[in-house]
Design a protein around this ligand. Structure first.
Ligand code: SF4
Length: 354
């Protein structure tokens, strides 16, 4: 296909697709699907080889959120049957992180429900990071604590946080349809605060909430403009007890097309298959590894993923290898916050090949 040859050639030159080209990827047919995966796979292999970066989520605080994000099982008024608890103690979080690192995770993502952290919460996270780093000094820490107030990103950076996750989720025009307690601009502001403190920005999207192809392209282009270094692609898990419980809009083929479109827009950045991969990609998960270079290992947040061992077997069976903690994720020549932040502070030494 001319479209795919053009997109591969542009991606290898780090040139972005046009909006029409991105939309055309989403509009490809099932007959063209393997060609789409193969084209995105060429781009993935050029920048990331056959490496898969593993990330492990530690849910520090679960449920009981005052915000009303309609996709979220932890939202205000959610009837979803999920675990609800307030802050894990640092040693509990460190024990959970240790299990993930033992399974091959290179990055531990510390997640807390809520609108955003208080300064006392930042203290808690600081203690938790110290406990994790005591046993696993090299592990990358990503914090995902909601909207940040002034000065908090700097405090997290000084505590050893490497990246901050805050997703844009959907297009600016549809944001008010999925949340009324904060808006798109609030989300952009937090990502920018994280970047301003020198943290690597991890920001992505959720597909399957009833959005159009145009919305998907809008949010991906917005992420690109924002300068996200790592892009989690979530596929909505329609939890019973939430407003989106009936939104079963995705097929495995659609998920692969979305991942491919994101890859062409972020050719040399970390593209992660995040929530919903088992539910929506199902038996096509190994094909998705040809497009994305990063996954969450095992269970995540309030839903159960495949057990870590099954993920490791899937990676090996598909001919991929787990990225080591001494390997740089992004290409060596990528000018990017990841490198800048890793030069700072104890336990953030550059890997030898960075
Ligand atoms: S702020 Fe976070 S935890 Fe709270 S409802 Fe929204 S996504 Fe869920």
């Amino acid at each position: 296909m001319d479209l795919l040859d053009t997109l591969v050639s542009k991606a290898l030159d780090r040139e972005l697709p046009t909006r029409e080209e991105a939309l055309a990827v989403l509009a490809t047919t099932d007959d063209e699907l393997l060609d789409v995966v193969a084209a995105a796979g060429r781009v993935r292999r050029a920048y990331f080889g056959r490496r898969v970066k593993l990330n492990y989520l530690v849910n520090l605080k679960s449920g009981l959120c005052p915000e009303d994000c309609s996709y979220c099982s932890q939202r205000l008024g959610s009837k979803a049957e999920i675990l609800k608890y307030t802050w894990l103690k640092p040693d509990q979080a460190a024990a959970a992180a240790k299990a993930g690192v033992a399974g091959g995770a290179k990055r531990v993502c510390l997640v807390a429900s809520g609108r955003g952290p208080t300064d006392k919460d930042v203290d808690r996270v600081t203690d938790t990071i110290a406990a994790i780093k005591e046993e696993n000094e090299q592990v990358e820490i990503c914090a995902c604590l909601g909207l940040l107030s002034d000065g908090q990103a700097e405090r997290l950076r000084d505590a050893g946080v490497h990246a901050y996750n805050h997703n844009l989720n959907t297009s600016e025009t549809t944001y008010e349809d999925i949340c009324s307690t904060h808006d798109f601009a609030d989300r952009v502001d937090t990502v920018q605060k994280a970047q301003g403190a020198g943290l690597s920005a991890c920001s992505g999207l959720i597909a399957g909430m009833g959005e159009s192809d145009n919305d998907l392209v809008d949010v991906v282009f917005a992420l690109r403009e924002l300068g996200s270094d790592s892009v989690p692609v979530n596929f909505l898990i329609p939890f019973e007890g939430t407003p989106l419980a009936k939104e079963w809009n995705l097929t495995p083929q659609r998920c692969l097309r979305i991942l491919a479109m994101v890859r062409f827009c972020f050719p040399d950045m970390e593209v992660r298959i995040a929530g919903g991969r088992e539910v929506h990609l199902r038996s096509l998960q190994p094909l998705a590894l040809h497009i994305a270079n990063s996954i969450f290992l095992g269970d995540y947040l309030t839903s159960e993923g495949q057990a870590g061992q099954a993920d490791l077997e899937m990676i090996a069976d598909a001919g991929f290898v787990v990225e080591g903690s001494d390997e740089a994720t992004l290409p060596r020549d990528r000018e990017h916050a990841d490198v800048a932040v890793r030069r700072r502070g104890a336990g953030t030494d550059l890997p030898p090949n960075a």
